[in-house]
Design a protein around this ligand. Structure first.
Ligand SMILES: Nc1nc2c(c(=O)[nH]1)N[C@H]1C(S)=C(S)[C@@H](COP(=O)(O)O)O[C@H]1N2
Ligand SMILES: [Mo]
Length: 235
């Protein structure tokens, strides 16, 4: 598989990061400096192409369509207790730049908001506004290796799921920390959850604590997936 070498400017372009977004205020973590300082890091061409290629966008709804009461809390266990100040999102696996991000780090990345339909296989749906950071921003910061094809998400309640890399890099796939314009309620996955219009509800992991980029799936593919629910779960 061919590798491409990117200049600092090209990296910023394909990762969708503007120069201005590269300063993480207040946290003193030099992770972003590492990203831009090491210009010779090869970036996976497949992943590079996915980041460059316009993926098909799912039409979004308007603010008037939001159904604040329709989103039913659906959790296989109790809501986990997370101290947001101590919370760190780990991004690891087949990456050149593993990450350890506080919520402040994450909230300093470009903010995106999207109004989409959440669809649960149990027979309900809700139009919700989610606000947060595109997952692709965080994946790009971690500098995935050319081998990466899948992404595992681990949650604080023991839940887990896995996604294909293309869906993970879709521009409407967010790590959300806001719901309907307010801070994300803890029952809906605070401090950080997945939110994307391209996959069913059980792929939208709440309380995400660890994102691991891998080349192959193991026999564990997800809490519901391992009990027979479809793995890709596209909508
Ligand atoms: N960590 C975790 N994430 C999870 C679940 C869960 O039990 N634990 N349930 C999934 C299912 S089946 C659905 S429909 C949505 C529900 O999200 P909500 O509780 O914010 O409505 O969360 C998904 N993510
Ligand atoms: Mo669900």
């Amino acid at each position: 598989m061919g590798l491409i070498r990117l200049s600092r400017r090209q990296f910023l372009q394909i990762s969708g990061l503007s120069g201005g977004s590269l300063l993480l205020g207040g946290c003193g973590t030099p992770i972003l400096e590492n990203v831009v300082g090491e210009v010779s890091q090869p970036l996976n061409q497949k992943i590079g192409n996915l980041l460059l290629k316009p993926q098909k966008m799912v039409p979004e709804f308007s603010v008037d369509d939001i159904q604040p009461e329709a989103l039913i809390v659906n959790t296989f266990r109790d809501t986990p207790i997370i101290d947001t100040d101590k919370y760190r999102l780990i991004v690891d696996g087949e990456v050149n730049n593993p990450l350890h991000l506080s919520m402040a780090d994450i909230q300093n990345l470009p903010f995106t908001s999207t109004i989409i339909r959440h669809v649960c296989v149990e027979g309900w749906a809700a139009i919700v506004q989610w606000g947060g950071v595109k997952l692709r921003e965080i994946v790009a910061l971690a500098q995935p290796q050319s081998s990466v094809g899948y992404v595992y998400f681990q949650s604080a309640d023991g839940y887990y799921s896995s996604w294909d890399i293309a869906s993970s890099l879709h521009p409407q796939t967010l790590l959300a920390y806001e719901k309907n314009g307010e801070p994300l309620p803890v029952d809906n996955g605070a401090p950080l959850r997945l939110a994307a219009p391209i996959k069913l509800g059980y792929k939208q992991s709440k309380w995400v604590t660890r994102i691991t980029l891998v080349s192959r799936l193991s026999r564990f593919q997800g809490y519901w997936e391992d009990q027979g629910y479809e793995w890709f779960a596209g909508i």
